[in-house]
Design a protein around this ligand. Structure first.
Ligand code: PAF
Length: 282
C-alpha cells in the first residue's frame, strides 16, 4: 500500500492504474476509522481493481464552534487498518495541499436538500462536503465511490451533485454498521463517556420502535415523530437538534408514512452531536 500526500503523487499512481485498464473504487473518509469505514473498503475491494481511501479532515465542512480542532486523528493507525483490508493507495493531503493560499472555488448544492435536517443547524456544512468531494472526485477519478448511509443526507446531496455536474461516477450507499447494542458507529463516539454512551442507545432504540409502529400499520408521521421525541426526552442530557420524517431522495417532509421514507435524527448527548436514521420502503 502506498500513502500519497500530494495531489501530484496520487494522480501519477491513478493514471498508471487507469492506463493499465483498471477500475478504481474510492472511499472518502475523515479518518479515525471504525468498522463502518472498513465495511465500505471491503465492498470497494470486492467491486474494483484498485481501492483508494482518502483521509482528510476537511476544514470547510466544519462551522464555527464545531469540533475541527479536536476531531480525532491517527494516520498511522488508520493506515494499518486500511492496509489489512487490501487498500492500494491512501491519499492523505494536508489542508494547504487541498486549499492552497488564494483558493476560491466552492460547490453549493442549493435548495431543500441541503437546507433541511443537518443543513439547518450546520449552515455551510454541505457546501464544504460538496466542495471537497468534487475536488477528491476530480483528483481520484473513481468509477465508484462508497459512502455510509448513516449520513443519509450527505448521500442524497452527493447523488444530486453527481447528477447535476455530470460526474461519471457511481455513488454506492452502504448500510449503517452498528455495535451489538444498536449504537451506530461514528468517529465521534470516542467523545462519549460511559454514561453518555449508555444514554445514546435511546437513539437506535427509538428508531427501531418507530419502525415497529410502522410495521404494525401506523402511517401518521406526526405521531411517529412525537413518539421518538418523547422517548429521547426521557434521557436527562439529550438535547434534540431534529427528528424528521422525510422522503429519502428529496428530503421533503412527509405527513403520511409512504414511499421511500427516511426517519432521521440528530441529538446532542452531552458534548457530541450524534446522528442516526432508518430508511424504509412503505
Ligand atoms: O463522511 C465523511 O467522512 C465526510 O463528510 C467526507 C465525505 C469524507 C467529506 O469530507
Amino acid at each position: 500500500m502506498k500513502v500519497c500526500k500530494t495531489v501530484r503523487q496520487i494522480k501519477i499512481e491513478i493514471n498508471k492504474a487507469i492506463r493499465a485498464g483498471k477500475s478504481v473504487g474510492f472511499v472518502p473518509t475523515m479518518g479515525y476509522l471504525h468498522d463502518g469505514h472498513l465495511s465500505l473498503i471491503k465492498r470497494a475491494r470486492k467491486e474494483n481493481d484498485i481501492v483508494v481511501v482518502s483521509i482528510f479532515v476537511n476544514p470547510t465542512q466544519f462551522g464555527e464552534g464545531e469540533d475541527l480542532e479536536s476531531y480525532p486523528r491517527d494516520l498511522d493507525r488508520d493506515c494499518r487498518l486500511v492496509e489489512k483490508e487490501g487498500t492500494d493507495f491512501v491519499f492523505a493531503p494536508s489542508a494547504e495541499e487541498m486549499y492552497p493560499h488564494g483558493y476560491m472555488s466552492y460547490v453549493d448544492v442549493e435548495g431543500n436538500i441541503t437546507k433541511q435536517l443537518c443543513g439547518k443547524s450546520r449552515v455551510g456544512h454541505f457546501k464544504g462536503v460538496a466542495t471537497v468531494v468534487s475536488k477528491l472526485f476530480n483528483i481520484v477519478t473513481p468509477n465508484k465511490a462508497y459512502f455510509g448511509q448513516k449520513d443519509a443526507q450527505q448521500v442524497a446531496v452527493l447523488e444530486q451533485m453527481v447528477r447535476d455536474l455530470n460526474f461519471n461516477i457511481e455513488i454506492v450507499p452502504c448500510p449503517i454498521v452498528r455495535e451489538a447494542d444498536g449504537l451506530a458507529l461514528s468517529s465521534r463516539n470516542t467523545y462519549l463517556s460511559q454514561k453518555e454512551r449508555q444514554d445514546a442507545l435511546i437513539l437506535s432504540k427509538s428508531l427501531i420502535e418507530a419502525e415497529e409502529m410502522i410495521k404494525n400499520g401506523e402511517r401518521d408521521a406526526a405521531k411517529i415523530k412525537n413518539f421518538i421525541i418523547n422517548n429521547i426526552k426521557t434521557v436527562e442530557y439529550a438535547d434534540i437538534d431534529y427528528v424528521e420524517i422525510v422522503n429519502a431522495k428529496t428530503l421533503e417532509d412527509l405527513d403520511q408514512i409512504q414511499g421511500d421514507v427516511l426517519i432521521a435524527l440528530a441529538v446532542k448527548i452531552g458534548k457530541p452531536r450524534l446522528i442516526d436514521n432508518i430508511r424504509l420502503e412503505v
